[in-house]
Design a protein around this ligand. Structure first.
Ligand code: SF4
Length: 216
């Protein structure tokens, strides 16, 4: 029998331990991140790559205190809202066609276009053999998810919607991403790409090697 209260208390302690162990230099950088990024002259795709880079540094520090591990893929069955520029980055990194590329170059309403579509409980088409097949270019939402609960039971999509798990939220990196949401189209990853998505391994590039491309 699973004990939610006990596991919740454990996760809260893990979060406290994680925050205490974070290098102060990294926390200081995060605290000024949005302000500095907002002032920069980088394109939005350039800003997105900076967000990914900082999130990776934060995630690397968090990882030892989470229960997340290779082969666990419960969170790949949740809604995954991603920006048009994230879809473009996935498309370029892995040579995968976005469902309707023509619309990317037309003026689009910004904000969340997922509407009432709910993909919770439905697997992401990029999950192959229980691993992310677009790991290098995975979207921000996937990069920042982490569970501090001691049991993956609570992450299952059937259970996860009913409970409120403790989590770490870094305010400035989230604010920087929210600024991009303000003027980009957002849809669920399953709405941008055919499911299951076909990846050509020979076209795979490192995200940093991709030239910054303006799509607005
Ligand atoms: S993009 Fe990768 S990490 Fe994100 S939901 Fe899909 S398979 Fe999972």
């Amino acid at each position: 029998m699973k004990d939610f209260d006990k596991d919740y208390a454990f996760a809260t302690l893990q979060i406290e331990k994680t925050v205490e162990s974070m290098p102060s230099k990294l926390l200081i950088r995060e605290s000024g991140f949005d302000k500095n990024l907002n002032k920069s002259s980088l394109s939005d795709t350039g800003k997105l790559k900076k967000i990914y880079k900082l999130q990776q540094e934060l995630s690397d520090k968090i990882a030892p205190n989470t229960h997340c591990q290779k082969g666990c893929s419960h969170c790949c069955h949740y809604n995954v809202d991603i920006l048009d520029i994230e879809a473009e980055l996935i498309s370029q990194t892995y040579g995968i066609q976005i469902k309707n590329p023509a619309t990317l170059f037309e003026p689009q309403p910004t904000g969340n276009q997922r509407g009432n579509a709910n993909f919770h409980g439905q697997v992401c088409g990029f999950l192959k053999d229980n691993q992310c097949s677009i790991y290098q270019a995975r979207p921000f939402m996937c990069r920042k998810l982490a569970s501090f609960m001691p049991d993956e039971h609570w992450c299952h999509s059937d259970i996860n919607e009913e409970i409120d798990m403790p989590h770490i939220a870094f305010s400035e990196i989230n604010l920087a991403y929210a600024r991009l949401i303000e003027h980009h189209e957002t849809r669920d990853i399953r709405q941008w790409f055919e499911q299951p998505a076909q990846i050509n391994p020979t076209t795979q590039k490192a995200v940093d090697q991709i030239p910054v491309i303006e799509i607005h």
